[in-house]
Write a protein that binds this ligand. Structure first.
Ligand SMILES: O=C(O)CCC(=O)C(=O)O
Ligand SMILES: [Fe+2]
Length: 240
């Protein structure tokens, strides 16, 4: 079996829109049609703190009980779900969040507008909000591969407040997803530096996952003893 050398293309570009103060974007090709875009200075710091305060105070945060591998846990972070009426309901980890309305939280529409401007052609209709109150709050390894998002979801993640690490790790696949005919047992043992990518998600940053990322990769925001302050993250998604 011939091994294929995968070239990781990392490019830097700026927005062509002259009204948009040159926002540098880092584009990482994860291979096999998976891609991540990171814009560190997506929103200004001042604007981001205003939105952080609004979201922290006004969003009806809850900490639901979720089910993972058949066991019930208190979700290790607060969350809330906002979606356009009439969409298929979202269920994750055995939990179906209530869908609040965009009209109740106008700030979310402003943030959505900024995201749509940065990603021409995108049209998100739902947002999952997460609040990590300390470094003890986290999100475990998962992919946002629920059926309602279709086969190649685009997910736009905006972060506010305390910086936290976001890690992407190549999924150990059950069956060949990359055209290789090696048995899973053999492939599972192999890992290379390109199999993991880590981002420190800054206050006011935007990270986008697209293409096959949810199929071939998993991601997490691990616990961090040193992270003392609150972080709020919004992931915009398109429900079909
Ligand atoms: O907080 C983050 O950066 C990621 C949240 C996430 O992965 C999710 O809500 O699915
Ligand atoms: Fe996720």
């Amino acid at each position: 079996m011939m091994s294929v050398l995968k070239l990781k293309a990392v490019s830097e570009s700026t927005n062509s829109n002259p009204n948009d103060t040159a926002k540098k974007r880092q584009i990482v090709d994860l291979g096999n049609g998976s891609e991540v875009i990171y814009i560190q200075r997506f929103l200004s710091s001042d604007q981001s703190w205003k939105w952080f305060d609004y979201l922290d105070k006004q969003i009806p945060w809850t900490r639901p009980t979720i089910r993972v591998f058949g066991k019930c846990f208190l979700q290790p972070r607060d969350s809330c779900y906002v979606a356009t009426p009439g969409l298929t309901e979202l269920t994750y980890s055995g939990y179906q969040p209530h869908a609040y309305s965009w009209d109740d939280y106008p700030v979310l529409k402003d943030i959505l507008d900024a995201v749509h401007k940065a990603l021409p052609g995108s049209s998100f209709n739902s947002v999952l909000l997460n609040r990590y109150k300390s470094g003890n709050d986290c999100v475990g390894w998962h992919a946002d591969d629920e059926k309602v998002y279709g086969p190649t979801p685009e997910i736009a993640s905006v972060s506010f407040g305390c910086e936290r690490e976001f890690i992407l790790k190549k999924r150990p696949s059950k069956k060949s997803r990359d055209g290789s005919d090696e048995p899973a047992s053999k492939r599972l043992k192999k890992s290379s530096p390109g199999d993991q990518h880590s981002y420190t998600l800054k206050h006011g940053s935007l990270l986008v996952m697209r293409g096959n990322t949810q199929r071939d990769w998993i991601h997490s925001v691990p616990k961090r003893a040193k992270a003392e302050a609150t972080r709020i993250n919004l992931t915009f998604r398109l429900v079909f």
